[in-house]
Design a protein around this ligand. Structure first.
Ligand code: DX5
Ligand code: ZN
Length: 215
C-alpha cells in the first residue's frame, strides 16, 4: 500500500518540520487539500504555501482540488508540477478538457468521486485518467468518520478498470486508519490518504508503516 499523509492535520505553525518528518517516516506522496470555501465549507491553502511545501518535501505532491472554478485552480497548481492533480467529477461539465490540460503539462490527471457519486459516472472516462480518488468522507475536513460504503465502490472501480483495460490507480481519502487499511487493501485500493491517523500519532513512522501493511 502506498501512503499519502494529508497535511490538513499537520501543525501549520511547524509545517516544514512536519513535512520533513513524514517524508523521513516513509511517506510515498504528500497529499495537499486545496479548498476554496465554495465547493466545500472550508478554506485552506494556495500556491504560495504549496510551493513552500514542495521545496521541503522529498517525495512528490498529490494535490486534491476541492474547488468550484476548476480550470482556474488547475492552471495555478499545474505550475507547481505535482505528481498527481485531482479534481471532483461532480463539479465540471467538461472533465475531458481538464484531463487533457493536466496531461499536456506532464502531470498525472486524477478524478475524485464524493461518497455518493456512483462509480458508473466514470465509465467513459476511466481510460483517460491515471488515478481515481474515492472519498470515504464528505470532503471539507480532516478527522471525520470513515464511510464503509467505499469498499463496494473500490470493488466496482477495480472491475471497471479491468473491464476497460485501463491503467489507473485507486486512492482512498478520509478516515483511513490502522484498523480499516487491510480491508481497503483487500478491496483493491493502491494508495491511502491519511491525515488525522498519521499526524495525531506519537510516532509518524509507526503510523505510516502500519498503513503500508508491510509487517
Ligand atoms: C477531506 C480531505 C482529506 C483529509 C483526510 O476533505 O480530502 O484529505 O485531510 O483526513 P483524515 O485522514 O483525517 O480523514
Ligand atoms: Zn484529500
Amino acid at each position: 500500500m502506498y501512503v499519502a499523509p494529508s497535511i490538513l492535520s499537520a501543525d501549520f505553525g511547524r509545517l516544514s518540520d512536519e513535512i520533513k518528518a513524514v517524508c523521513d517516516a516513509g511517506a510515498d506522496l504528500i497529499h495537499v487539500d486545496v479548498m476554496d470555501g465554495h465547493f466545500v465549507p472550508n478554506l485552506t491553502i494556495g500556491p504560495l504555501v504549496v510551493n513552500a511545501v514542495k521545496k521541503v518535501a522529498t517525495v512528490p505532491l498529490d494535490i486534491h482540488l476541492m474547488v468550484d472554478n476548476i480550470p482556474f485552480f488547475v492552471d495555478l497548481f499545474l505550475k507547481l508540477q505535482p505528481k498527481f492533480l485531482s479534481f471532483h467529477i461532480e463539479n465540471d461539465p467538461h472533465p475531458m478538457r481538464i484531463i487533457e490540460t493536466i496531461r499536456n503539462s506532464g502531470v498525472h490527471p486524477a478524478i475524485v468521486l464524493n461518497p455518493h457519486t456512483p462509480v458508473s459516472s466514470l465509465k467513459h472516462i476511466i481510460s483517460e485518467v491515471d488515478m481515481v480518488l474515492l472519498m470515504s468522507v464528505n470532503p471539507g475536513f480532516g478527522g471525520q468518520k470513515f464511510m464503509p460504503l467505499v469498499y463496494e465502490k473500490i470493488r466496482e472501480l477495480r472491475e471497471l478498470i479491468d473491464q476497460k483495460g485501463a491503467k489507473c490507480m485507486i486512492e482512498v481519502d478520509g478516515g483511513v486508519n490502522g484498523l480499516n487499511v487491510a480491508a481497503l487493501d483487500e478491496a483493491g485500493a493502491d494508495i491511502v490518504v491519511a491525515g488525522n491517523f498519521v499526524f495525531s500519532s506519537n510516532d509518524y513512522k509507526v503510523a505510516i508503516q502500519s498503513l503500508k501493511l508491510e509487517n
